[in-house]
Design a protein around this ligand. Structure first.
Ligand SMILES: Cc1cc2nc3c(=O)[nH]c(=O)nc-3n(C[C@H](O)[C@H](O)[C@H](O)COP(=O)(O)OP(=O)(O)OC[C@H]3O[C@@H](n4cnc5c(N)ncnc54)[C@H](O)[C@@H]3O)c2cc1C
Length: 338
């Protein structure tokens, strides 16, 4: 457990696009800023779900991949050197007598802040893991739960396990890159978009149904072979030579225990007023998790919500300061370090 007595002006929970842009804007307003992110990296849903998808609906960016947008967001967020804490899930919030918030992470670490911004998306993301004791030895080496870089699969023998949209999308995408793609699913029916299932059936992807992974084999993090077993006939086992396995068995999103902090909620999101403040004074919500009439769950919307929240947080920290928008168009470097 690590307790730092240092009090920040604003602590942003969540390092996705909403939290990252808010951190940049907070620096513009000279607020002492901290981001706490559960994942071991910044970027939120973008690197998790669609690092190589082309994004076309952010103003002034005609098109950029998820990774390119994340790189720019992180670079921008670092302009004013906010404190960054990775790999920590904030689980508890307490208001102290002097109105400072005490935030507690699941590992016991404690953080203090005058204001708090919830930029948590719909919560922490957890991939449903392959239930094999030895799976962890291969994770992020040759066994993956999401495809981060298509190029890593070039010329590889890939086995994908799953029967939903993600499994089908990756099978179709990797078909053009990999040496071979085998899709293993424990049911005969697939749950993906009909047109994609039709494409899949016409593709060169080898479909093995109804089978499931029985054993994985390899050494030093490198998978060599997967044994699959027929769901109804346990004697029907087949060995498939592989060098990459992608498991798409779904994921879970968990907003608890923030949902128990007593904030007003609607449709699973935190209700905010026009200053992005939740029902608890000094606690704001932005991005996917903020609820207000006609809310759009888009990155572009989050880029407006962050500055609104920061400007009102600033007013709480320094009541004499105005709640006014600032422009960054000064003809000099934004920080002394440049
Ligand atoms: C497949 C897919 C494609 C998409 N394509 C587009 C697109 O083309 N254009 C577009 O505008 N939008 C798109 N979106 C939506 C977009 O990704 C979201 O609107 C955006 O990511 C919301 O940003 P956010 O920062 O609010 O939340 P997130 O990106 O979800 O980030 C929230 C972060 O908070 C962290 N967190 C949660 N709880 C805690 C906690 N208790 N402690 C610490 N950290 C915590 C999470 O780990 C996560 O990293 C897409 C979404 C998906 C799933």
């Amino acid at each position: 457990m690590k307790t730092s007595e240092e009090v920040f002006d604003v602590t942003i929970i969540g390092g996705g696009p909403a939290g990252l842009f808010a951190a940049f804007y907070s620096g513009m307003r000279e607020m002492k800023t901290k981001i706490i992110e559960y994942l071991p990296y910044l970027g939120g849903k973008i690197p998790y779900f669609y690092p190589e998808k082309v994004i076309r609906d952010i103003g002034a960016i005609a098109e950029a991949t998820g990774d390119e947008v994340t790189d720019q967001l992180v670079q921008q967020a670092m302009t004013f050197d906010p404190a960054i804490v990775l790999g920590e899930q904030v689980v508890d919030l307490e208001r102290l007598e002097d109105d400072t918030f005490k935030l507690i992470s699941s590992n016991g670490n404690v953080h203090f802040s005058k204001t708090v911004i919830l930029a948590t998306g719909f919560g922490t993301l957890h991939s449903v893991k392959l239930e094999h004791p030895e799976a962890a030895d291969f994770e992020e080496k040759s066994l993956h739960y999401t495809v981060r870089k298509l190029a890593d699969y070039h010329g590889r023998h890939v086995l994908i396990s799953g029967g939903g949209d993600s499994a089908i999308d990756w099978a179709l995408e990797l078909e053009n890159i990999a040496a071979s793609v085998t899709l293993v699913h424990r049911r005969n029916e697939f749950k993906g978009l009909e047109s994609n299932v039709t494409k899949l059936r016409k593709s060169r992807v080898r479909m093995m149904t109804p089978y499931e992974i029985l054993q994985i084999h390899g050494t030093e993090g490198q998978l060599r072979k997967v044994t699959i077993q027929h769901k109804d006939n346990k004697h029907d086992r087949q060995d498939i030579a592989v060098d990459r396995v992608v498991v798409n068995h779904g994921f879970q999103i968990n907003l608890e225990p923030i949902t128990n902090w007593g904030l007003e909620m609607a449709d699973g999101m935190f209700v905010v007023d026009s200053s992005m403040e939740t029902s608890m004074k000094g606690v704001f919500a932005i991005g996917d998790i903020a609820h207000y009439p006609n809310k759009l769950g888009l990155i572009a919307g989050a880029f407006n919500e962050g500055p609104i929240a920061i400007n009102h947080a600033k007013k709480l920290v320094d009541p004499k300061d105005p709640v006014v928008p600032l422009f960054s168009t000064e003809y000099r470097p934004l920080t002394d370090k440049e």
